[in-house]
Design a protein around this ligand. Sequence first.
Ligand code: ATP
Ligand code: MG
Ligand code: FE
Length: 345
Amino acid sequence: MLVLGLETSCDETGVALFDSERGLLADALYSQVDIHVEYGGVVPELASRDHVRKTLPMVEEVLRSAGVAGADLDGVAYTAGPGLVGALMVGATLARALAWGWGVPALGVHHMEGHLLAPMLEDERPEFPFVALLVSGGHTQLVRVDGIGRYRLLGESLDDAAGEAFDKTAKLLGLPYPGGPHIARLAAEGDPARFDFPRPMVGKPGLDFSFSGLKTYALNTVEDCRAAGGPSEKDCRDIARAFEDAVVDTLVIKCRRALRQEGLKTLVIAGGVSANRNLRASLTEALARERARVFYPAPRFCTDNGAMIAFAGAQRLAAGQRDDADTAVRPRWPMEELPPLEGAA
Ligand code: ATP
Ligand code: MG
Ligand code: FE
């Protein structure tokens, strides 16, 4: 099964070619971050226009680099949601037009299913069932995964997503968008003992999260530093460290709780925040003590990319799933509504 995947749900254009036998044959990624950085966040209209400019040349590049012709494909997969409606429309329209022209099926893929399955692009794959922590710019969810399309939501953020909290806190510290990697860089040199940020909702039972209070806590800490003539570079490093430690600790506590509740020993983390080294190291260490294991994607497949869409699409196309003639993009799309797929990836 040879599948072309297109990702255009937000501010990255991703195009990749996945083959069920040979693995990932080619992938190209273009980030629009330079376009949006001056606005401090993604501007939807600019995002759509830039996908229009980039996607087709990237498809040509990927096919050429793999020596594959469109008609050799078994299908074209694209992100159908959730995401920015205009940006999704660009990928969906192009994917469906190409598939029609080449005489192959097209299939709309769920962006978060793409993230969730990204660890399966690695040599060592997690086996079902497992608990997945999806931590990205728009989602923080704990999901029980019994197979592809067999998802049960265990808990989620009641307000900001973890990535969003990283981005907002970064903005407070004067760091550019997206702020996650910048916070992580500062945090690595910060003093963990100077500020003590709260671990939201860990005292309550259940598996939901709340991250908006941490951003307020960071704001108040910045204000305190300002009253003392700061914030200095050291202040920023120490705040970044305290913030990151609080997010990581909270995520680790809830992941352990979810595994215990479900009686499982395998955790998968995916989405942009799963690139965070402190989170990976803390989870690996905490789970090793309980003889449980954590799987995560390669860093470049944590944030948005075409490979995860090509992979997820290949699984579903192989099972015979196809777009309906009237399938539209779905800016909002609960993952639990996806049809189950029998058998493993
Ligand atoms: P969603 O997948 O929920 O629709 P999205 O596609 O915008 O949202 P991703 O591309 O998966 O999100 O991830 C981007 C987010 O990951 C941003 O919030 C970014 O700050 C965060 N991020 C990226 N790298 C790191 C890191 N090393 N540490 C913490 N956060 C990070
Ligand atoms: Mg992005
Ligand atoms: Fe994403």
